[in-house]
Design a protein around this ligand. Sequence first.
Ligand code: GDP
Length: 176
Amino acid sequence: SLGSEHRFAQFKLVLLGESAVGKSSIVQRFVKDSFSDFRESTIGAAFLTQTVDLDANTTVKFEIWDTAGQERYRSLASIYYRNAQAALVVYDITQESSLDKAKYWIKELQKQARGGIIIALVGNKTDLEQERKVSSEEAESFAKGLGLLYFEVSAKSGTGVRECFKQIALKMPIED
Ligand code: GDP
């Protein structure tokens, strides 16, 4: 009957960032709610799907493209982000250089991705707080200055991962 239809929308989301920042682990946590210390590195790109229920009648499905961070796949990445509607640009809070790489990817996205793409800067490995090299303030003010979403997560403990995808889902253009 009128007004009770379930709203369902599907979006393409790409993960970008330096190798070993935890992109595959974030996806594994989100999709399978699991974590493993030893992971095979992604070759080229891997594809998975997962849904997020925003409320009783709204479901968002993400087609997730997890790209390999290695230099030799860098040119391949554009195939995945060119028509993505959302991007998670991941860095490791214990590796200062990974934030520089994240800034590079954000610039690439702003040059080449489609207009209106939702970009989130995501600091991973918050379980390693003792080894932190990038302050939350530095990364957050960078992200907010560019109008990006900002999250800190731990794929290992799971902290923040679902919330990050939920907040992105809330930003997606869902028609009635
Ligand atoms: P990718 O190359 O960016 O996809 O990174 P991976 O997901 O393969 O992770 C690289 C390494 O970091 C692996 O040894 C993971 O187990 C580890 N790792 C990933 N996420 C976390 C995290 O949240 N905390 C900790 N302590 N280690 C993590």
